[in-house]
Write a protein that binds this ligand. Sequence first.
Ligand SMILES: *Cc1c(COP(=O)(O)O)cnc(C)c1O
Length: 405
Amino acid sequence: MLQRLFNRLRGEPASNAPKTALMNAYARLPISFVRGDGARLWDSKGKEYIDALGGIAVTFLGHCHPKVSAAITEQANTILHTSNLFHIPEQLALGEKFCAISGMEKVFFGNSGAEANEAAIKISRLYARSKGIDSPIVITAEQSFHGRTMATLSATGNEAIKKGFAPLLEDFIHVPYNDVAAIQAHANNTNVVAILIEPIQGEAGIVLPDDGYLTELRKICDENGWLLMLDEIQAGMGRTGKWFGFQHENILPDVITSAKALGNGIPIGACAARGIAAELISPGSHGTTFGGNPFASHIARTVIDIIEQDDLLSQAEILGSALQQQLQQQLGALASVVDIRGRGLMLAVELDKVYPDLAVKFLASGLIVNVTGGGKVIRMLPSVMLNEEQLRQIAQTIHDVVSSL
Ligand SMILES: *Cc1c(COP(=O)(O)O)cnc(C)c1O
């Protein structure tokens, strides 16, 4: 099986690949996970894995968390969906909770990260109208990832995934990440209305900006009347040891977006705002059928309650530091390891070059990670349900695989 995996990853024609009813959107690894528990997964052959990827930053509370499962059952037996033609108490309750943890004033719920960012981009357009700006521009970062819909793809700073989809929205300026001067350089452009940026770049390979970067952006936005819009879809919801990435600095953005871990696997996205940005959406100007339905809202609120009640923000910080320390100890001396970095449970090991078949080698060793950042970065987005032994195993397995390269 490993040989077949290798062949596929090397891009050899998968002549014996099974015919499938699914569009060819994903280069899938030929493994199916059939069961999960906490930070562990089992594949269809019964092999056990440590899940250090969490479904790409989604299952922060792990697989089959008993309180999440209970909330799912309870809500399924009460009511799933009614539509936004009516008041939805579960949505309002989640909205109040979400505002309390984020410092925002109002929130719009959709079904995914891309949709949350779409809402943010639409808010920036309405903000432009309110200022009499006809051709608004949003500043975003190079190497950023904001989603796959047409507007969020336009905002994204990764040329490879934009290829083939022109014409995109043209009203985004991409600047180098973590470069305050590159943004300041556009201060005289009277068409700029907002900055949309990740507090830590995820898909780019867990890229942390310097301390104070977001504070500087806040200042530039205040000076120029721009909205500071932070894409917290990957870094938010407790992953870095605080509810949101921006909370490591003493600032409040105007708009934040969230998704991924918000529903721990139940699809939901949120775009929250404060001040004028919170007032711009009006009946008829935005909406979605499923957004914030009783089911998704109840589960997301349960997720927030669990993180709060079980003190999982500090747990994420403690586990993240411990894992980073173990990675340093085990890998620090390896010549092929260029950098070990992260914040909380958002961690990366950067290698000196691209090594083929890396993700497959980890799978063969029973560890689920992801390789991103141009193929050189081992990315970990594990669940806060990891135990000490699993932490140790993650560091050990990465050591063993990397030193065998
Ligand atoms: C995953 C992600 C998105 C897109 O979310 P989807 O739910 O896949 O649409 C947007 N921004 C960031 C930072 C992400 O990590």
